[in-house]
Structures are given as structure tokens and as C-alpha cells.
Design a protein around this ligand. Structure first.
Ligand code: FHN
Length: 414
């Protein structure tokens, strides 16, 4: 079973992913050609030569970037940690790296360290900060891997010694307490090499968590496929990395935004099955966060903040016999939380055999009337009355305090 041994990660449930790099300058289009894939892969998909792509650095001047405002927003959205793409597959370092001048301080007119600014803002708002680091793919370095291309002449060992290991050391020694390193796409990394990376991380910061995509089964938590949710409750620590539209890096043509309701349902579904939801924003080249992302996350944040007790610190719910067409369950010891996504006059739950001590509305703590009994078909039934002023509302939660620490789920008998 995956175990990060970090209580903050187990309780976190909701985090912010930030994908930002030179690809934001292209915003999904190069020389009039649009990429129909994720925007941060444009160099690979449209076969942009290194000498051409690296010129983007000269255009990168994100004067509207405001680390303080982004972290403050994440805090207001209820998120508990931030993962920032310190270096994505394009190979561009978003900090003042000493082992490659291909970085935001030395190669751009902007000249300021993005990682440092985020670090300071996270310290100010007491937010955990982790770094995404592409350990194998580096499309700028002659020895870095590139998916779908010929890697037979690459000297990956040389790459590890020259770039990967020293850059990891820089991130782990120069930027305070690193909550986690979010490795990604290990490709040809051997078990021995993955182990070296883990040892390097742990030797510098023993509490820094290593993500699932370190490869070779060495991650401390399970990272699902992008936007993929385990069908069943999954034991141990895990996380779903996910997008708000169809891209990670900014793409000016991608308007396929999920609605706030969809995001709320996904968050609760993931939490209910025991995982964390790491939800992405992709700032523009100016540093501005797309307004659509902000609007969606502001609305989701209202739900998260007024129902935080039913989200944070919750545990995996076992297999309940039913899917509800109006809601979902989360739980803590001695508490079952019923998330109500559609207007209801009362809520009815079947096949839950717990002894209910009390029911209350999570957003304001109001006591709720309830009844328990056995249906004509012979299964347990709980009915909770929803107060008049909530009859037309959606997206709130109800807590059922139970005598038993765990939910007592009964099988369907008829
Ligand atoms: O290739 C990357 C992709 O660009 C993005 O960073 C996602 C986030 O989980 N990870 C990889 C694909 O799975």
C-alpha cells in the first residue's frame, strides 16, 4: 500500500497544479499551425527545432505574474498544496539554475526567479509547495529523452549527471521546505536510476514526498493517469492530476472548460474513493491566469469552504451498494457526510445500517430532523429532512453522526 507517511498529504484532498513555461508564449499555435494536443507538448508535436524553440525565451516577459495573488487565490479556493512545473519536458528551468543558462533568470528579458517568488508567497500564506520536475524528457538537451522520437543516441547517464541530479539538488537546497517532487514520464529510467533520484531527494529533505511517476514502482503515492479516476475506492495515498479544460499549458483555442458543478462532483468522487485532486491552471505568457479558470475555481471554492469539514481529513469510503443520482458520500470516523448536488426536500439513504446519533447541515451546523427504520422490502433506511430555505439549493453537505466508527453498508437483498 502506498504510504507517504506525511499526514498533511493524506488530509490535503485538493491541490493546485501550475503548468507554466515557454510554451505559454505559443499558446497552442506555431507559425500559423495549431496543435490539437496538450499545449505544453507543442515543441514535440509540431517538430519545432531546438534553435527555433529556444528563441521563445527572448519573448518571455511575464510582467503580470503575481505569485502572491496566485497563492492567495489558491488559499481562498481551499487548496492545501501547490505543485509548480519547475522544469517541464521543454527543458526550460523556471528558476535561476546554475547548471544551465536555459532558465528564466538568464535567458529572458524578465530576469526574475519564478520559483523563488512562489516560495515566498507560499511561506506568506502557509501553503505547501512542491515542484514538478521532468526527470527524463528534456527536449532542449541533446541527451534528454523525447517521446515519439529516436532516443537511441542519447547518453541519459550524462544527462542525469549534468542536468537532472544537479538541478534537483538546486531545487532541494535553495527553495526552503519542498513538500514533494512531482516526477513525470520516466521513459527509459532504470530502477537503479529512479532509486538514485529518490535517495538524492531523501538525503537532502527526508520529508519531501516522491510522486508516483518517479517510475519503477518507487513512488510514495500512486499517481493516476491524467484525468483518470480509479473506478473503485483505492487504498493508501494517491492523487489524480487533472485539467480544467483539455490542456495543461495555456492554449488560447481551448475553451472546453468544465463547469464548477462538474469540478465539485469530481472532487467529491475522488475524495470519496480516498484520493487527492490536483487541479491545474495554465498561466498565459504575460503571467495572467485565464479568467475562466479563476471564475470556475472561485465558485468551486465557495463549496469547498462552506463544506470543508466534509472534504479535508476525510477517509476512503468503502463500497456502498448504490450510486446516488443526487449526491455522494465521504466519511471520517463516526461521521458520514452526504454531499447533496441537487435540490431535495428530504434525503433518503438505503442499506446503511449505522445507528444515527445526530444529523446536521454542514455549512451552518443546523440540527436536522431524521428518522431511521426498515423499508417494506426489509432494508435499513435513513431519512433526513432538509430545511425549507435549502429546498431549492444544490451543493451542500449533511453530516450523519454515527455510533459506529465506520459506515455499516448492507448488501442489496431484494
Ligand atoms: O507529459 C505530461 C503532460 O504534459 C502533463 O505535465 C501531465 C500532468 O500530469 N503529465 C504528463 C503526461 O502524463
Amino acid at each position: 500500500m502506498y504510504d507517504t507517511k506525511q499526514q498533511w498529504f493524506k488530509d490535503a484532498k485538493y491541490g493546485l497544479f501550475i503548468h507554466w513555461g515557454l510554451y505559454s508564449v505559443l499558446a497552442g499555435e506555431y507559425q500559423g499551425k495549431r496543435t490539437d494536443r496538450i499545449a505544453e507538448w507543442i515543441m514535440n508535436h509540431l517538430n519545432i527545432p531546438v534553435e527555433e524553440y529556444e528563441k521563445l525565451a527572448k519573448q518571455f516577459n511575464p510582467v503580470d505574474f503575481d505569485a502572491d495573488a496566485i497563492v492567495k487565490k489558491a488559499k481562498s479556493w481551499g487548496m492545501k498544496y501547490i505543485v509548480f512545473t519547475a522544469k517541464h519536458h521543454e527543458g526550460f528551468a523556471m528558476w535561476d539554475s546554475r547548471c544551465s543558462d536555459y532558465n528564466v533568470v538568464k535567458a529572458t528579458p524578465y530576469g526574475r526567479d519564478i520559483v523563488k517568488q512562489l516560495r515566498e508567497a507560499c511561506d506568506k500564506y502557509d501553503m505547501k509547495l512542491g515542484f514538478y520536475y521532468s526527470q527524463a524528457q528534456d527536449w532542449h538537451d541533446p541527451d534528454g529523452y523525447m517521446y515519439t522520437k529516436d532516443n537511441s543516441q542519447k547518453n541519459y547517464r550524462a544527462y542525469l549527471e549534468r542536468i537532472c541530479f544537479p538541478q534537483l539538488r538546486e531545487l532541494l537546497t535553495g527553495y526552503g521546505e519542498v513538500a514533494l517532487i512531482w516526477f513525470d514520464t520516466p521513459m527509459g529510467t532504470t530502477a537503479e536510476e529512479s532509486r538514485e533520484m529518490v535517495e538524492l531527494v531523501k538525503s537532502i529533505q527526508p520529508n519531501c514526498i516522491v510522486s508516483g511517476r518517479i517510475g519503477n514502482g518507487l513512488g510514495e503515492y500512486m499517481t493516476t493517469g491524467d484525468n483518470f479516476i480509479p473506478r473503485l475506492p483505492f487504498e493508501g495515498d494517491w492523487e489524480v492530476p487533472a485539467t480544467l479544460n483539455d490542456t495543461w499549458g495555456y492554449n488560447k483555442y481551448d475553451n472546453n472548460w468544465k463547469s464548477p458543478d462538474e469540478i465539485i462532483h469530481l472532487l467529491v468522487k475522488i475524495n470519496s474513493r480516498g484520493g487527492n485532486y490536483l487541479l491545474n491552471i495554465g498561466p498565459k505568457a504575460t503571467g495572467e491566469v485565464p479568467q475562466e479558470s479563476i471564475q470556475i475555481l472561485d465558485t468551486v471554492g465557495e463549496y469547498v469552504n462552506s463544506n470543508e469539514e466534509a472534504i479535508f481529513g476525510t477517509k476512503r469510503v468503502g463500497i456502498y451498494a448504490y450510486e446516488l443520482d443526487w449526491g455522494m458520500l465521504t466519511r471520517k470516523d463516526y461521521r458520514i457526510y452526504v454531499h447533496v448536488f441537487k435540490p431535495r426536500i428530504r434525503i433518503e439513504l438505503l442499506n446503511i445500517g449505522n445507528k444515527i446519533k445526530r444529523a446536521y447541515l454542514v455549512p451552518d451546523g443546523r440540527e436536522l430532523k431524521f428518522e431511521t427504520g426498515i423499508t417494506c422490502e426489509g432494508c435499513s433506511m435513513i431519512e433526513v429532512e432538509i430545511p425549507d430555505d435549502y429546498h431549492d439549493r444544490k451543493n451542500y453537505s449533511v453530516c450523519l453522526e454515527t455510533e459506529e466508527a465506520e459506515p455499516v453498508f448492507e448488501p442489496i437483498v431484494s
